[in-house]
Design a binder for this molecule. Sequence first.
Ligand code: SF4
Length: 406
Amino acid sequence: MTTYSHSRLGTYENCPLQYKYRYVKRIDIDRRDSVEAFLGSRCHESLEKMYKLLLNARMWSKDELLDDYKLRWEREWHDNIFIVRTDLRPGDYYNQGLKALSDYYDRYRPFDRDKTLALEQRVEVALDDSGKYRLQGFIDRLSETDEGHYQIHDYKTERTWKTQEYFDAERQLALYQIGISNMFSDIRSVELIWHYLIFDKEARSSRTGRQLEELKLKTIHLIQEIEDATEKDDFTYIESALCDWCDYYHICPAKKHVHLTEMMSPREFAEDEGVQMVNRYIEVKDALAELKAEKEQIERNLFEFCKQLSVEVVRGSTHKVKVKSEPSYKAKFTASDDPAEKERFLQFIKERGLYDELMIIHYQKLNSAIKGTQLSPDIRQALLDFVYLEEGKPRFSASKLRKSDY
Ligand code: SF4
């Protein structure tokens, strides 16, 4: 039985193929840290340390908090940390963390708005009574305001602020709420709080019992979908902006060739077989589109030419082209905005038992019925009141000239 986590589910939602690489095939790769993840970890660690000391009645000064962050940053930094954004340097991220923690400290000092109950609290979330579907996670900080009024805090270093609608539907903290409801018997209310450290902003939300039940079902369905995909080995890939941070970029079928070309010199790039084929393919595709447009223009001109000369065959040096166009009857109401026109027509064919025969979607039937002999002459004549003759779409067929054509 697999125990899932919010991030595991999120991986599948973002890209099923990445999920397969990470959780099914467990591909052993030299995992790198993105600078964003590195920054997030350092901020989390420093806040955790600060609250741990607060639990022991020792309040850090702001400088102590920032010094702890600086020390962690320097100690943990390594060469395998990658930066996707070319306009930013490591020092820019370092400064973002400093400012974020400084703002946080100013905003919540003296940290007495709530009482911290636990830090990095592990929670197990049972989604069904049988225990078949389970998740686990860690709450950054669990606190209480008044007796039984719990708060679940999550620290974010993302650079995208979200809407209230997003927070009201967010899954992770709501799942943690389900988790703590089985751990503490005195819970009277739970508030979900996200601290967006970079923005110095917080968002709050809460869930009703019904919403939590719905979330359980939705999450079970997602797990079932993942297990189904695993059984069938059916994982598609979803390309997105997140690909730049993907550990499997170099083996992903959507990115492997891109990755290989990124490492090529300009000369190697120009000589690469794949690059050359794609370039030629696009040239041919564009040329074909141009030729198609030209062919259609020639067909229109040929059609006019035939009409003016009253001919159906036009000869060239080696080929001749036959231009055939046959007009067909169309119900008048299809070219009219008047609904009464349609009503009159339908009434007419219904009264004469022709509805099934000529049902309006069967324009072809209508045309062949009027042109054919199955209708009585008077009905045919009356039907002509409801239709008009539309010029046929010309058909073109080219063939090699025969001796007799010269
Ligand atoms: S590179 Fe993108 S598409 Fe490929 S596995 Fe990773 S996230 Fe999915």
